[in-house]
Write a new protein. Structure first.
Length: 74
């Protein structure tokens, strides 16, 4: 379905990122990463005021494979 999109502000797109506006049939990631971060780590915007109390990020992960991009190389 068509979508109405308002204003978009893009500061930076990395070399492995995917950016899309509108309809998409297929998007295929070429890489994957796992990121651990505490409270307020990924806030973005022009005029932020972030107040976080005590924050703990647990990084114990016993999985061998969380996600795979096998078959997405293209």
């Amino acid at each position: 379905m068509p979508a109405m999109v308002g204003a978009i502000k893009i500061n930076e797109i990395s070399g492995t990122a995917i950016f899309n506006v509108g309809d998409v049939y297929h998007m295929s990631p070429q890489s994957q990463t796992k990121t651990f971060a505490g409270a307020g780590s990924f806030n973005t915007g022009d005029y932020l005021q972030v107040n976080n109390g005590y924050s703990v990020t647990h990084t114990i992960d016993s999985d061998v494979i969380d996600s795979s991009n096998i078959g997405n190389q293209g």
